[in-house]
Design a protein around this ligand. Sequence first.
Ligand SMILES: [Cu+2]
Length: 201
Amino acid sequence: MLEKLNGPPEAYADVRGSYKYPDLHGMVYFYEVHGGTIVVAEIYGLPDQDQQYLGKFFGFHIHEGATCTGPPDEPPFADTLTHYSPEYAQHPQHVGDLPVLLSSYGMAWLAVYTGRFFPDDVIGRTVVIHDHPDDYRTQPHGGAGEKIGCGEIKEWGSQFTTAPGAIIGPGTGLQPGTEPETGTQPETGTQPGTGPQMGTQ
Ligand SMILES: [Cu+2]
């Protein structure tokens, strides 16, 4: 299945932190493969400052809401609602339940296969990162705590046709030089047809 990652994904989410976590950012990619989806997440700026070497675990789910918005008087990303679960299910049997992220010096990279959904099923929903690990028991959210990061899941390719300023890449609020291995390179996946470059350069 690994060769699938050399091509473009079917969907992606551009993840940003809440106002309390302005350094948090990254990308999540969704590749359709083998009756399901490979989810690849590359996230920077996770809050593990007091435990950088060991890192920390952060809850990571697909939520059913479509946007990373919410009323100003509510906790961040309230409109992401609850875990994506087309039919009633208990946690962690929601379709959108995923393994936790593990950070190291604020960075996390995760690849996981799930047969619970196809990329098409989650376009128009959101990925959410929480400040605590998921215990995979507590109802209904795994005790994962506050929503600290969020990305809206969009069809791959849509980022190339939207208005200037909406395009992923330099000048969109990402901070060049804060990502250890990329330097001044554009964020991955900015060139049509090439797909994200998973460290294959
Ligand atoms: Cu969640």
